[in-house]
Design a protein around this ligand. Structure first.
Ligand SMILES: [Mn+2]
Length: 434
């Protein structure tokens, strides 16, 4: 891990030096972040490291400062206050320490003094006023052009980042196995959630995002976050990941219990095949949008095969008939952030490739390149709000409403894997583990 990490840092140093030169800065200060305290309260939100800081360093906690300069080893000022309210463990000797010139400071003001920052350095972080007070120029505070270049680079994962993500896949896979067992033995949403975190071996705030655990009709609520106790189900949809050194996996599985309608179980089986068929197409040079469109076409065929729609394939898509069943994007970049940055970015300099009007929720419009990591997560849901407009009017007779109403209590299906794009294809990081 240490060798991979040192290579990762060498790449960060090279790409950041180029980005600094292009944006006319002679250094970059990145702050790990300040705690967020709820309004009129003395409680903080769970702390999340500024992603640009996490891209360099897995050190946790607020206020640390990192100073990157061309031709120098990066300086890390670790803020380590004396404190008896919260644990302040010594740094020890983590595998990543030798990448930095490490200094300690008891508070953030002294951290800035020990940084020794030059006048034309840029600052990235959530305390720009404090940065300005410590000598950063106002036009160097979170400069957009520099951030765009760094965001662009973040889409291409180093071998170290892939190793972190793979470990996060392994942990999440343990959770998904346990969740499935708990569901099949009659577990409620709350019990399935607890089985998941128990098997991953973490508490909720160490997850990359709150688990989505849906029994039956709740599967049709895309970001359902209830955890009902005492309710059993015939279908489980679970969307849950795990984290390693700041990198998160994002995996969804749908499982049927024996009492599920066999017509729904047949849909689930074909959705699994559809998801794999889309994964099989992934290779560099292809616009992600093509995958998203292909998923809609295959979904049209699937809905026709199962008697839900009278039209299939392209024709169903052109008429907008697949949209109410699959109302989100096929996937998104993955890394430090669950919805990682740069998915709609046009070039390293910036710009946006907007999704087509037909698919407004697609987060990924960029052309696929080697080293990208993203999710492939087609869905099929029975969402009354989206189906209602089709129940009357010219297109109503193209839907089998009797069948739709019979299956609606099963909620929906989503199957989500995490893929790494390789030189001539892809590697599915999830399937070998689940
Ligand atoms: Mn996802």
């Amino acid at each position: 891990m240490k060798d991979l990490y040192l290579q990762h840092i060498a790449t960060r140093q090279r790409t950041t030096e180029a980005a600094l030169a292009a944006a006319n800065f002679d250094g970059l200060v990145i702050q790990s972040g300040a705690p967020f305290t709820y309004h009129a309260d003395d409680q903080d939100a769970p702390f999340r490291t500024t992603p640009h800081f996490a891209h360099w360093c897995p050190l946790e906690g607020p206020f640390h400062l990192l100073y990157i300069r061309p031709g120098h080893k990066p300086r890390l000022v670790r803020v380590a206050p004396e404190d008896y309210w919260y644990e302040q463990a010594p740094l020890g000797a983590p595998f990543w320490a030798e990448a930095f010139d490490i200094v300690e400071a008891p508070d953030v003001n002294q951290a800035w003094e020990r940084l020794g920052v030059a006048r034309h350095a840029a600052y990235i972080g959530d305390e720009p006023k404090s940065a300005e007070a410590h000598g950063i120029l106002s036009d160097a505070l979170n400069p957009e052009a520099l951030i765009k270049r760094l965001d662009w680079e973040r889409a291409t994962k180093s071998a170290y980042e892939v190793a972190c993500l793979e470990d996060a896949e392994t942990k999440a896979a343990r959770g998904h196995h346990a969740a499935r067992q708990r569901f099949l033995s009659g577990g409620s949403e709350l019990e399935v959630h607890h089985a998941y975190t128990q098997a991953v071996g973490c508490i909720d705030r160490e997850l990359p995002y709150e688990t989505i655990v849906c029994l039956d009709e709740k599967g049709a609520i895309l970001h359902y976050c209830g955890k009902r106790a005492g309710v059993q189900g015939k279908v489980l949809l679970i969307d849950a990941g795990a984290k390693t050194l700041g990198y998160g996996s994002d995996i969804t599985r749908t499982w049927c219990a024996p009492q599920a309608d066999p017509r729904f179980a047949a849909l689930l089986c074909d959705m699994d095949a559809l998801q794999l068929a889309i994964c099989a197409r992934v290779r560099p040079g292809m616009p992600y949008l093509d995958l998203h469109h292909a998923a809609h076409v295959l979904l049209g065929d699937l809905l026709k095969k199962h008697g839900i729609l009278q039209l299939g394939g392209e024709e169903a898509v052109q008429q907008g008939l697949t949209a109410p069943f699959f109302p989100h994007g096929l996937g998104h970049f993955l890394g430090i952030q669950v919805h990682d940055v740069g998915g709609r970015q046009k070039t390293p300099e910036g710009g946006v490739v907007p999704p087509p009007r037909q698919y407004p929720y697609l987060r990924t419009t960029r052309t696929i390149e080697e080293g990208h990591v993203f999710t492939i997560e087609p869905g099929l849901y029975f969402i009354e709000m989206l189906l209602r407009p089709f129940r009357s009017g010219a297109k109503a007779q193209l839907f089998n409403w009797t069948l739709i109403d019979a299956l609606a209590s099963h909620g929906g299906i989503r199957i989500e894997d995490n893929l790494l794009v390789t030189k001539d294809g892809h590697r599915n990081l999830t399937r070998p583990k689940i």
